[in-house]
Design a protein around this ligand. Structure first.
Ligand code: ADP
Length: 356
């Protein structure tokens, strides 16, 4: 079963002449890492919004996790979205809540048990390399750290799919490397990742699948591709800086690959039919993964320093002499879900809760 399937999808927004997407056709398999590239306005965010069912196609069909989103009842949408984590360019943290509370909140609004929250939140924060910063407020964090909180929030309920819309768009190249490593790691744990980006350097270096949009049309779908023609992309940093960051990214990402080759990829199943029952299961879930926190204190190589947000301080060292396995918790598919966007939308709040 495809994780995500677009069948000849056309999307016209009301009051616009040109369709935002026309005749887009692709399928994303479980465990894939897909870059969605294209100039601003080419339709990348529209694709992500269709996957989340924030928008519906004007023509064609979108199916996610085996569900035709056309026939998904409105009241089921919040449950459906628990299986999809999202991160954005602007982080979208709750400014008056601590790091811990930001991540916990998304579980609270879906009615997870206190026991589950107390276990899952520290695990998620350790995974993104933020243990020890639970009590910080968002404004006390660097941009890279804020994005890590957002990623922790997106994955705390173990989604099957992680959508990232320009997640490095507000970050400097060195900090972005750490975020790319993290997304690679999450993908290595079996989560399907779709990332919309302008970052040609990362796309070129990572050699993952690339779907390119141009004025709403899919002009390329390439396995292990690069960004393509970058002459129209504005550059925020000098070529040399970007080149160095991209090289560091490649080294780091290759290292993650090396460490994760032995890791089992989780085969997703059809989403459970009984949403309410699943929620209870979710809440009562108690696993004890050996979620070793990222090892920021270990000696960092030159590459790790280059890759660091604040070199040697904040970034989990995924390069250098570390030998432990990737600290991704074992994921049981039936228990996957996400609450990332919950609490950010009033509609959702009405729908969620242990008894709804
Ligand atoms: P990208 O993410 O690649 O920048 P978008 O998906 O945001 O592209 O936009 C694709 C096209 O759809 C653009 O022409 C944009 O102006 C238009 N568009 C996006 N959202 C809306 C909306 N809510 N209403 C009308 N037009 C929109």
């Amino acid at each position: 079963m495809a994780m995500i399937r677009f069948e000849n999808v056309t999307k016209r927004y009301r009051g616009t002449r040109r369709p935002a997407l026309s005749g887009v056709d692709f399928e994303v398999d479980p465990g894939e890492f897909v870059f969605l590239v294209g100039a601003s306005g080419s339709g990348k965010s529209t694709c992500l919004r269709l996957i989340l069912r924030e928008e519906v196609p004007s023509a064609g069909r979108v199916a996610v996790l085996g569900r035709d989103l056309r026939s998904l009842a409105n009241r089921k949408v919040p449950y459906f979205r628990r299986h999809i984590g999202s991160v954005f360019q602007d982080f979208r943290l709750l400014p008056s809540k601590t790091v811990y509370q930001n991540v916990a909140f998304s579980l609270q609004v879906i009615g997870s048990s206190r026991g589950f929250i107390q276990q899952a939140v520290p695990e998620a924060l350790a995974l993104v390399g933020l243990d020890g910063k639970e009590k910080r407020m968002p404004h006390e964090l660097s941009g890279g750290e804020q994005q890590r909180v957002a990623i922790a929030r997106a994955i705390v309920n173990r989604p099957k799919i992680l959508l990232a819309d320009e997640p490095t768009g507000n970050l400097d190249p060195a900090t972005s490397v750490g975020i790319m490593q993290l997304l690679t790691r999450i993908n290595a744990g079996g989560t399907t990742v779709v990332m919309a980006t302008h970052e040609a350097g990362f796309v070129d270096q990572m050699q993952r699948r690339v779907i390119e949009l141009q004025d709403g049309e899919m002009v390329r779908d390439e396995t292990g591709g690069g960004y393509g023609d970058t002459s129209n992309i504005p550059r925020l940093a000098p070529e040399a800086v970007r080149g160095a960051a991209a090289a560091a990214a490649l080294t780091a990402v290759q290292e993650v690959h090396r460490q994760t080759t032995a890791m089992p990829v989780i085969e997703p199943e059809t989403a459970p039919a009984n949403d309410a029952g699943t929620d209870r299961q979710d809440a009562e879930r108690a696993e004890s993964p050996e979620a070793a926190p990222a090892t920021a204190s270990e000696p960092a190589s030159a590459t790790a320093a280059a890759a660091g947000d604040r070199p040697g301080a904040d970034e989990p060292a995924t390069v250098g002499p570390r030998t432990s396995q990737i600290p991704l918790p074992e994921v049981e598919v039936a228990e996957l879900g996400v609450a990332d966007r919950l609490g950010l939308s009033d509609d959702d709040d009405e729908e969620v809760g242990p008894t709804s």
